[in-house]
Design a protein around this ligand. Structure first.
Ligand SMILES: Cc1ncc(COP(=O)(O)O)c(C=O)c1O
Length: 457
């Protein structure tokens, strides 16, 4: 099918949890009411999705008899509701700042349920981590020295991990190469206020195969540490477990068919998140656990034989289906006979993939203001917000709407909890920060909003 000579692709409808599909399909007036009261964009969070995602990962781990520790990567979203859901479901929290730590503590997390990652920990952050004896992933020999300097004379033993920079991530600023890990171990041999609990890595990209390669490197270092007299008990493989946002076949067809003309910029972005990957997070984990390490045993058997806990810090994957972002359409402006820009109340700081020279490759869902959508010719448009910068748009991709959107309709981006919702949100043009609520159900089963703040949860 074509619109004014432009092809319309098959589309990339997002996979939706039934509760969200039902809200979008049947409760448009409730959504509009919420947006009228709380503004646009409105971020709606379903914390119970996190528990379901956690259960799926745990099922894969227990099937392989793996001792494990799952820490929710709290950086993925600013919602305290999601942090609380992780704690209530028995998971820990992966935090990377003093402020995430404070929220974790205010939500009741003991130090034993916290791992602190990231290379740029401030002295105040170190101090509070030491105060609650949270597990600290040490990023570099320099950080180890800072930490030692901060230890009280009679303190400890303070648990730490050493963060490995796997060989194929040599240009990364995160972690340290194997030689530096050995250097740190030698330093730890004379420092009994610190307890070496094991190794940590977190890799860019979403392939389990790269984690297998890093696990092989970690296994060599675990053996070396044991020879040096340490008793490591954990390997933490970081995050990067995938989300399936759209159907795999549709995604592959879309990638194969898209052309530069499909983008306002006249260029297809160089890279995309694998929005239509073949594996769920749980299947990804199972593939990794069954994979053979270089010594011939499976990862699962290696971990069991070495009595190692498999720790991980999924952020995005635990937030799968946990939020949507609802934008109100402000205006639909014709740019010519076959092109429009749809202005949304909000900005690309909320749906922010264009800031990474990429694109959130799922289709937004139109929720019309009136129940019976007025039939019209299809409309081809890109999305922009209130920003004054010409290049700053919400989608560079030309989207085709079978029915013309109009002012007052809602456009909903689904599955935004993982970095797509509030990573870059700010008060540009002094617009207030978008509101965020947890969606619960009242006694009659109707959706209900609860402010997503620590005080209200
Ligand atoms: C150290 C560390 N762990 C975990 C994560 C979470 O990654 P993801 O959201 O891809 O699971 C990140 C993300 O940057 C990270 O830096």
């Amino acid at each position: 099918m074509t619109v004014h000579g432009h092809k319309i692709d098959a589309g990339l409808p997002p996979i939706l949890r039934p509760v969200i599909a039902e809200l979008l399909a049947r409760r448009g007036s409730l959504l509009r009411d919420w947006v009228a009261r709380h503004g646009s964009p409105l971020n709606l969070v379903w914390p119970d999705a996190l528990r379901e995602n956690l259960d799926a990962l745990r099922a894969a781990l227990t099937e392989h008899h793996i001792a494990h520790a799952i820490f929710y990567g709290a950086k993925v979203n600013k919602s305290p509701g999601l942090m609380r859901a992780a704690l209530d479901a028995g998971a820990g929290l992966d935090i990377s700042s003093l402020y995430e730590l404070r929220d974790a503590r205010r939500l009741g997390a003991e130090g034993a349920r916290i791992v602190a990652t990231g290379p740029a920990k401030t002295p105040a952050f170190h101090q509070q981590l030491l105060d609650c004896q949270a597990l600290i992933s040490v990023d570099a020999p320099e950080e180890l020295e800072d930490l030692i300097a901060a230890l009280p004379a009679d303190g400890g033993p303070q648990p730490i991990l050493l963060r490995l920079q796997p060989r194929d991530q040599k240009r990364s600023r995160f972690g340290m190469p194997a030689e530096a890990v050995i250097h740190c171990l030698a330093r730890l041999a004379s420092e009994n206020r610190l307890r070496f609990d094991g190794l940590h890595f977190h890799l860019s990209g979403y392939r389990w195969e790269t984690r297998l390669a890093a696990l092989n490197e970690a296994a060599d270092l675990i053996a070396e540490a044991r020879q040096m007299g340490f008793s490591p008990r954990m390997i933490d493989i970081g995050g990067g477990l995938p989300i399936q946002y759209v159907d795999e076949a549709k995604y592959q067809a879309h990638l194969a068919a898209q052309t530069p003309e499909d983008y306002r910029t006249g260029a297809v972005p160089d890279s995309f998140y694998p929005y239509g990957g073949a594996l769920s997070a749980a299947d990804w984990l199972s593939e990794l656990l069954q994979a053979k390490m270089s010594k011939g045993t499976s990862v699962a058997n290696y971990l069991e034989h070495e009595r190692l806990i498999l720790a991980m810090e999924p952020g995005r994957a635990l937030a799968d289906q946990a939020a949507i972002s609802v934008f109100r359409i402000l205006r639909v402006k014709a740019l010519g006979p076959d092109a429009h820009v749809i202005f949304l109340e909000g900005s690309s700081f909320s749906a922010c993939e264009t800031w990474f020279a990429s694109e959130f490759l799922i289709d937004p869902i139109l929720v019309p203001a009136t129940r019976a959508a007025v039939q019209s010719a299809p409309v081809r448009a890109y999305l922009a917000g209130h920003s004054c910068l010409d290049e700053d748009v919400i989608s560079n991709r030309w989207l085709t709407f079978p029915t013309a959107p109009k002012a007052g309709d809602l456009l909903v981006y689904a599955n935004t909890a993982g970095y797509q919702m509030d990573l870059l949100e700010n008060e540009f043009h002094r617009h207030p920060m978008p509101a965020r609520f947890c969606v619960t159900q009242d006694a009659e089963g109707r959706p209900n909003l609860v402010p997503d703040t620590i005080g209200e949860l």
